[in-house]
Design a protein around this ligand. Structure first.
Ligand code: Q0Z
Length: 321
């Protein structure tokens, strides 16, 4: 069994922490009453080795995926903090069972929407564009194809769907309404204004990150940020940031060729998994709703290499695993 690959229903017991929520590939805990953190409003966010594709959590997990993606997220948090972007990171002193793949974070009043920024057209944005010529109500030039770079990055918010449902793209006006109605956010906050602040911050962070990635030979096609408000009403960057789970990364050298040939862009980290799952060899029929078969060891190993490669290219350093 690889570390952190426990199926979602059995989150690891961690001394001093109480499990509160499971995501597809992550676990969330709050401090136990006897913990030194008990009187602080913090959470423990744990990244597992689980990998999901086609809305299924696959077996087995990818060894060290949790550590690699958590360390990449921390690297981005630090880089963005140097540019003045506040984040929710409180401490990396975490229980040894989750060493390197968990963060103690400040508990925030989370903005109830996914702050998605796209610099390139693909996925649900491309589908909407092909239908309507727009993405969440934003007009785009004609003649764009899969992987086209957009004239400038666009903010295309979506709902935070319940487990199992798909996030729905919403217009900026709909976001303003939702944030206005979101009573969980602080009373002093005007929803329409908060939506504008979220859009501005998300676009600024994407622009910084896209430039950093491109210098490293990696295209950051799009990404999903989550923000929260702290007790002073400051907008804080939360959740994980700029990992292959929250973003689409493409190798720059392949992007040009694929756009020119009108071919779909290969995912940096999940292409081996997708290719195998959709190949005859897997015997899996995606349309059947069946649970996908376990990944062969060579697909697991190749995917682990891709995560390490993404970390190395983006950060310019090696992870000691
Ligand atoms: N800083 C914060 N303050 C308040 N709430 C959150 C928060 C709640 N839920 N999620 C998403 C999630 C769900 C399951 C497992 C996960 F690790 C993460 C993030 C955060 Cl990050």
């Amino acid at each position: 069994v690889v570390s952190g690959s426990a199926p979602a229903e059995t989150a690891p017991e961690l001394p001093g922490w109480i499990h509160v929520n499971s995501g597809k590939v992550r676990e969330l805990y709050r401090p136990a009453p006897d913990s030194p953190w008990a009187d602080q409003s913090v959470l423990l966010m744990v990244a597992t080795d689980r990998i999901s594709a086609y809305d299924h959590v696959l077996e087995p997990g990818i060894p060290d995926k949790g550590i690699i993606l958590n360390q990449l997220s921390l690297w981005w948090f630090n880089k963005l903090a140097e540019a003045g972007i506040p984040n929710h990171v409180v401490s990396t002193e975490v229980p040894e069972q989750v060493a390197g793949r968990a963060i103690i974070v400040q508990e925030l009043d989370m903005v109830p929407a996914e702050a998605i920024v796209r610099g390139y057209l693909t996925g649900s944005g491309l589908a909407e564009y092909r239908e309507t010529g727009t993405v969440t109500g934003i007009e785009l030039p004609a003649g764009l194809t899969d992987g086209s770079r957009l004239p400038s990055p666009i903010f295309t918010p979506s709902t935070k769907a319940e487990q199992g449902d798909h996030d729905e793209n919403i217009s900026f006006a709909q976001l303003q309404e939702r944030l206005g109605a979101a009573c969980t956010l602080q009373a002093s906050t005007d929803g329409a204004d908060l939506a504008r602040r979220v859009r501005e911050l998300a676009l600024n962070i994407y622009t910084l990150a896209e430039e950093t990635a491109r210098e490293a030979g990696v295209i950051l096609a799009d990404t999903k940020f989550e923000f929260g408000l702290d007790a002073d009403g400051i907008l804080v960057l939360a959740d994980e940031v700029l990992t292959p789970d929250s973003s689409r990364f493409w190798p720059a050298e392949e992007w040009e060729r694929h756009v020119a040939q009108g071919k779909p862009q290969p995912s940096f980290d999940k292409q081996y998994v997708r290719n195998w799952l959709t190949s005859e060899a897997s015997g899996w029929d995606r349309a059947s709703g069946q649970v996908p078969p376990a990944l062969p060891s060579e697909v697991v190993a190749a995917t682990r290499e891709r995560y390490l490669d993404a970390y190395r290219r983006l950060t310019g350093s090696d992870l000691q695993l």
